[in-house]
Ligand binder design. Sequence first.
Ligand SMILES: C[S@@+](CC[C@H](N)C(=O)[O-])C[C@H]1O[C@@H](n2cnc3c(N)ncnc32)[C@H](O)[C@@H]1O
Length: 189
Amino acid sequence: LKRFAIIGHQAGPSGDFSLNDLPGSGGRIDILCRCANSSMLLSHGVREDVECYLVLAGDPEKQKTVRFSGSSIRSLSPDERSTGALIKKALSIPCGDVFRESSPGISVRQGGLKELLQEFSFAVLDEKGEDIRDTDRLPDSFLLSDSRNFTEEETGLISGLPAYSVGPEVLHADQAITVLLNEIDRRGI
Ligand SMILES: C[S@@+](CC[C@H](N)C(=O)[O-])C[C@H]1O[C@@H](n2cnc3c(N)ncnc32)[C@H](O)[C@@H]1O
C-alpha cells in the first residue's frame, strides 16, 4: 500500500465552500482535489493500492482529514469539481476521531498531521531531499504540503523524517505525486 498525505493550510473543516469557486471559497481546496486525483486515478481505473489523506488544516484547532481508499472507491472522476463534491460531502457528516465513511472509499475524521504521524512512517517529499533515483528502497508513505510551506509547528513534528526529491525543480504537489508514482510504476513496486 502506498500513502500520500497532503496538508491543505488554508482549507477549512466545515465544507461550506462553493463548488464553483474551489480555490477562493475553498481555501485552495482545488490543490487537494488535484492531489487526490493524481494519487488515485489512472486513465482507465483507480490505483487500488493507494490511499490519499487530505488534511484540512485551515483551522488549526479543528482539523479534519479526508481519506480516499483506492481499494473501495467507486465514483471518482478526473475533474476537480466532482472530487470537490466528494470532499464537501465528507466534511458535512458528523465525525469523531475514528474514520467514518461518507461515500464508498471516502472517509473523514477529526485530527490532522499529528494523528497521521502516530500511525504511519512518513517520508517528506521535498525538492531538497535525497533524489529518488539514487534510492534503492523507497518508502511507502509520503507527506506533501500545498502551495504554502509547512508551518513552524508542522516543521517541528516532521523534523526527524527522511526527505526525498523527485527532481531539481519545485513542482506543484500533484505534479510531485505523479512523478513519484511514475518511479514506483517503473520499479514495479
Ligand atoms: C508548491 S510546493 C510547496 C511550496 C514550495 N515549498 C515553495 O517554496 O514554493 C508543493 C509540495 O510539492 C512537493 N514538491 C514540489 N517539488 C518537489 C520536488 N522537486 N521533489 C519532491 N517534492 C516536491 C513538496 O512536498 C511541496 O511541499
